[in-house]
Design a binder for this molecule. Structure first.
Ligand code: TNX
Length: 753
């Protein structure tokens, strides 16, 4: 359209002097018409979550423009009306979208509360030629009607910054239609771990907004874990004075690449109250979690008396030692009663989550108080049930809470470890939330060369989308009623890296949204089409740096062949090993080459790109594997010879905290000619559990050592250090010269090139 106008204007410049006044008038009218139409856009109908029933009629439409008003006479819906007004104003050039109590002749959007037999979350959205009506039985339903309407509007309704005038819209044409919609599950949850990585309040508000845009109605806030206690408790101030901070000089040591500096934070009670209110206006219930009795290192450094009085070190699965509350110490229950009491006053949620997962029970066996108790975990959980009941709460807990003893029937189980655990919980009669790791863990990696944990397998968008909370488990109809709904899980060990939370959560959250909302889930192709047609743009407007799927690249018949998931994504590449950017060459056809390892490809959506990749079937590095001896003063869990088998998949963990003066020395049988030698630490392909303070040294004769690089953090390889010898080299040493991150450290094989 803009090009047509430009051509038209050029034509005029040459002809204007020769025209009559009447001709000029006609031309002016045409320009005005074209201008108005150039900023009238069509409503988006690629809605997520897809409404249950949507009948669009052909021909007629209603135009939302600057004269449209919002009609809302119901006090309960004042927030909803203002919310709609605010969002529309962001995207429209002039419209004030005045709110008025009474209907007028036409050109309005009304929010009407009607007698509704259906559930309170259902709504109808009717578009006639002169108005849009949102009909619902409650403010919840009306809010969802508004969300559906916003999905039809330009993406800028979600913009968080001032939209430039020229990017605003004059009018949106919505076809006449009728939508009638209600959710499949009344519990649609998203969980976020703010302990391993602290997210500030601004982030939490944005996150809540995103949940509400996609009709998710529970936010499970994982507020405490080993790496930080994040909720202010007035009666126990040390929980946040000490337990919310990690760093070299703190009692809680650095972990998961949090660095030497003081790092962390917590939410004050005032901040929490505001967040809870904000969420509740948007139909979101916030379920607080304090993770007990394990995952409690942050408590243990703040109030060490809560631990069992034992001598040994007992590690959790995440290698935290002595992080479990003593369950025989009566004062602990008094303390928990007080903590829960303060929190119960902040969170109106009926469910209060107490964790309960991954407890190492060894300290209980050794403890004189705990060893007296039968089934101590179950004993603890049941004591907490009583405390919670006293504060008017129902307990929620990870699926371990069903082991070892009978619980109150209403206790809500959060099934995470497997579908089998979910079935066990349901068969025992518990309402169960389905946060099954194999589908719903957003911290898992999304394909094999991407960042992220992988203990539950690779969890692609498609895998997540395929989840059916009641269909994937073998349950009868009555049992199915106990399945409350799905929940996405976002643990944050690996999210300390900038924007990585965006990458893991979006667009996956939209898959979660449809799993929870859609009565009949559309097929994956349909979902993806809507993603590309309209949702990428929306996430972009919201400011999320969402994941863009990387290209598939293979090398066959001397050609590199790359493909993207959708045409909307462009593929760009480099042939010097560097990361492609927006200026790199555009890939259109297979590339003939004998040096495929030099090529890197990435897909681009607008100015943003996916991770870069080479061909799947080509190794980019050719590491040397010279016969090598290894020695160290550090004890390892595994056989140290694993460090010199040059298989990157077999490596070693230290069985104690490493410290200044520790070393690992590699000596080659014959001097090795190479350009570089590198040591990457932590889990192979995962940048956690690495060396925080150390350097590499190298020697040509095995006696005199030269200084190589210090260890620095890299998001792919963890803390890593390199050296670049000038001559054939005899020996390399990894030298630790300061405090470490975790209580154990992963050491990998050398990478010699
Ligand atoms: C298991 S899921 C945990 C978390 C980790 C997560 C990482 C659960 C109840 N416990 O502590 O962060 O795996 O995926």
């Amino acid at each position: 359209m803009k090009i047509i106008i430009a051509l038209f204007v050029i034509l005029l410049i040459f002809r204007w002097n020769k025209m009559k006044t009447s001709e000029r008038l006609i031309v002016a009218l045409i320009i005005a018409f074209l201008y108005i139409h150039s900023t009238t856009i069509k409503a988006n109908l690629d809605i997520v979550p897809k409404p249950a029933k949507m009948e669009v009629s052909k021909g007629e439409s209603f135009k939302i423009d600057r004269k449209t008003v919002i009609v809302c006479g119901d006090d309960d819906n004042t927030f909803n009306a203002e919310y709609l007004q605010r969002h529309l104003q962001t995207a429209f050039r002039k419209g004030a979208f005045k709110i008025q109590p009474n209907k007028r002749a036409g050109n309005y959007i009304s929010i009407e509360i009607v007698d509704n037999q259906d559930d309170k979350e259902s709504y109808k959205l009717l578009v006639n030629h002169d108005c849009i009506r949102i009909l619902a039985g409650s403010r919840e339903g009306a809010f969802y009607g508004i969300q559906t309407l916003l999905q039809m509007m330009p993406s800028n309704v979600y913009a968080r910054h001032d939209v430039r005038k020229r990017d605003k819209t004059n009018a949106v044409k919505v076809p006449t239609m009728s939508i009638s919609d209600s959710p499949r599950f009344h519990y649609r949850g998203m969980h976020l771990d703010v302990s391993r990585t602290f997210f500030d309040t601004a982030f939490i508000y944005r996150f809540i907004d995103a949940l509400s845009y996609y009709k998710i109605n529970n936010f499970h806030w994982h507020l405490t874990d080993d790496q930080g206690w994040r909720v202010e408790i007035k009666s126990y101030p040390k929980l946040t004075e000490i337990g919310a901070w990690r760093g070299a000089d703190e009692l809680l040591k650095p972990a998961y690449a949090s660095g030497m500096e003081r790092n962390g934070g917590f939410y004050t009670q005032e901040e929490i109250k505001s967040i809870v209110r904000y969420a509740s206006d948007r139909n979101i219930n916030i379920i607080p979690e304090i993770d007990l009795p394990g995952h409690s290192k942050a408590v243990a450094v703040s109030y060490p008396e809560v631990l069992c009085k034992t001598k040994g070190k007992h590690y959790s699965v995440q290698w935290e030692s002595n992080n479990v509350w003593c369950v025989g110490r009566e004062e602990n229950y008094t303390m928990l009663d007080t903590i829960i009491g303060e929190m119960a006053a902040l969170f109106p949620s009926k469910i209060f989550h107490i964790g309960g997962d991954e407890v190492n029970k060894d300290s209980w066996r050794e403890c004189p108080l705990c060893s007296e108790i039968d089934e101590p975990q179950s004993h603890f959980v049941r004591r907490l049930e009583q405390i919670l009941a006293k504060h008017g709460k129902t307990m929620g807990g990870w699926d371990e809470i069903i082991d070892g003893g009978e619980l109150l029937p209403e206790t809500v189980v959060y099934a995470w470890a497997s579908l089998d655990r979910a079935m066990k919980s349901v068969k025992e009669g518990h309402p169960t939330v389905m946060q099954i790791a194999q589908y719903m863990y957003f911290d898992m990696r999304q394909s094999d060369d991407e960042r992220g944990l992988k203990w539950a397998g690779i969890t692609s968008l498609e895998k997540a989308y395929s989840f059916d909370p009641t269909g994937d488990v073998n349950l009868n109809d009555d049992e199915k009623k106990l399945v409350l709904g799905p929940q996405g899980g976002c643990w944050s060990e690996c999210l300390g890296v900038q924007d990585f939370v965006d990458y893991q959560v979006f667009p996956k959250l939209l898959a979660l949204s449809e799993i929870g909302w859609c009565q009949t889930k559309p097929d994956y192709g349909d979902f993806k089409q809507r993603l590309f047609n309209s949702q990428y743009e929306r996430l972009d407007a919201m400011g999320w740096k969402f994941r863009i799927s990387p290209p598939e690249v293979v090398y066959e018949k001397e050609r590199l062949v790359a493909s993207a998931e959708n045409d909307i994504l462009q593929i760009r590449y480099t042939n010097d090993g560097s990361e492609p950017d927006e200026k790199s060459s555009r890939y259109t056809n297979p590339i003939k080459t004998n040096n495929p390892e030099r090529y890197r490809f990435a897909t681009f959506y607008k100015y943003r790109s996916s991770i870069a990749r080479g061909a799947r079937n080509i190794e980019t590095h050719h590491y040397l594997k010279p016969p090598t001896r290894v020695e160290s003063n550090i004890p390892f869990f595994e056989d140290i010879e694993r460090l010199v088998d040059y298989d990157l998949n077999t490596y070693c963990f230290t069985s104690r905290e490493i410290a200044d003066g520790d070393y690992i020395k590699f000596t080659f049988d014959e001097p090795v000619e190479c350009q570089s030698i590198g040591m990457c630490t932590g889990y192979y392909t995962l940048a956690v559990y690495g060396i925080l303070n150390g350097h590499i040294e190298y020697s040509y004769d095995g006696e005199k050592y030269y200084l190589g690089d210090r260890f620095v953090y890299d998001v792919t390889d963890g803390y890593r250090a390199f050296c670049y010898p000038q001559r054939p080299i005899k020996s390399v040493k990894v030298v630790i010269d300061g405090i470490s991150e975790h209580e154990v450290t992963g050491i990998q094989d050398l990478r010699i090139e």
